[in-house]
Write a protein that binds this ligand. Structure first.
Ligand code: 13P
Length: 251
């Protein structure tokens, strides 16, 4: 099964509106190879402006979180239709910073995934183990729980409706990348698990991204792995020069 590579930039809590427009425009300066997808996830405040900058290009706009409700008394939340209105077609859900800094749990994350799908947004469901969990040999147990709970009760018509991102917490913003063997081992485990939750055909269509200190120097090797279908990039996505190198990874 050929899955289209996806290179995604998670800008986290960076960029003013003007900086976001400038970064998006700089990323568009280099031609994007037609055999891969690129997604940018600026902060909420810059979505609309970046959507305008990206119009007419193939670059996909994503958000960094989403509520499960459409509207109402949910102070601080943004609904799926609001994201669509701002030009988004993807949304990152369950990022480790949401889980660990803002105490989001699997149940909440599952509702967000459900809400996104219900409104035609593609969820990028993030999962990952901490260093303690890895050292205690709990990696697969933790990932299985996060994936099963995150997808609880969620049916898919095809595997293109969902993206999973494996982001080991110990590799995020630390400069420590998982080895390619560690990444491939986990991605294969996740794909097999997706085949149990759904079915083999659907699992083979679901893109599984790796995230955690991805740079232009390690992207080629990571992308050479069978089950690594893309990258969710933090720090290196904030500079057009490094993100463009990542977009242009060599097969
Ligand atoms: P870094 O690439 O800065 O390690 O961040 C990864 C990440 O959290 C992307 O969502």
């Amino acid at each position: 099964m050929q899955r289209r590579p996806l290179l995604a930039g998670n800008w986290k809590m960076h960029t003013t509106i003007a900086e976001a427009e400038k970064l998006a425009a700089a990323i568009l300066q280099s031609p994007i190879p037609t055999d891969r997808d690129v997604m940018l996830a600026p902060p909420f405040t810059a979505l609309n402006a970046v959507s305008r900058t990206l119009s007419g290009s193939s670059v996909i706009l994503g958000a960094q979180n989403v509520c499960w409700e459409v509207k109402g008394a949910f102070t601080g939340e943004i609904s799926p239709p609001m994201l669509k209105d701002a030009g988004c077609s993807m949304v990152i859900i369950g990022h480790s910073e949401r889980r660990h800094i803002f105490a989001e749990n699997d149940e909440m994350i599952n509702k967000r995934v459900n809400g996104a799908l219900h409104h035609g947004l593609i969820p990028v469901l993030c999962i990952g183990e901490t260093l303690d969990e890895r050292q205690a040999d709990q990696t697969f147990k933790v990932l299985e729980k996060q994936l099963r709970n995150g997808l609880n009760g969620i049916s898919l018509e095809n595997g293109e409706q969902l993206i999973v991102a494996y982001e080991p917490v110990w590799a995020i913003g630390t400069g420590k990348t998982a080895t390619v063997e560690q990444a491939q081992e986990v991605h294969l485990f996740l794909r097999d698990l997706l085949a149990v939750i759904y079915e083999k055909n659907i699992a083979s269509q679901i893109r599984i991204l790796y995230g955690g200190s991805v740079t232009p120097d390690n992207v080629d090797e990571l992308m050479s792995q069978n089950d690594v279908d893309g990258a969710l990039v933090g720090g290196a996505a904030l500079k057009a020069e490094s993100f463009n190198l990542i977009i242009n990874f060599k097969k």
